[in-house]
Design a binder for this molecule. Structure first.
Ligand SMILES: [Zn+2]
Length: 114
């Protein structure tokens, strides 16, 4: 399952951060997820619950910041929010667009109780 490997790599990063910060666990984690990242939230939730067991994230409160996908038209330069990756430019109808935001999947913050 795709989402489980994502959770495992997040755990991996968190484990390294825990060593750096010299803490045993994190109390909170925030992820930034773009609408075009391909993440299925239900699957992520499910994978999260099993993936963080016995790790520094086991008791961390998970919060997710969703960001909208934005594309830039290669023909007219207009930037616009998209629903689907291949949406045409609303200004000139061009299909040549570049995703400039929306496929993110990153840890935006990790916090721990001192
Ligand atoms: Zn355009």
């Amino acid at each position: 399952m795709h989402e489980l490997s994502i959770v495992m790599s997040i755990v991996d990063i968190a484990e390294k951060e825990a060593i750096k910060a010299n803490v045993d666990s994190f109390s909170q984690i925030e992820l930034t997820i773009g609408s075009q990242s391909g993440i299925v939230m239900e699957a992520l939730d499910f994978a999260w619950n099993s993936g963080v067991k016995n790790t520094v994230l086991e008791n961390a409160k998970l919060s997710i910041k969703h960001i909208k996908a934005i594309s830039k038209c290669s023909d007219c330069g207009y930037t616009f929010e998209i629903e689907n990756l291949y949406d045409a430019c609303p200004k000139c109808n061009s299909l040549f667009t570049d995703l400039i935001q929306g496929n993110e999947l990153q840890i935006s913050s990790l916090s721990y109780d001192k």
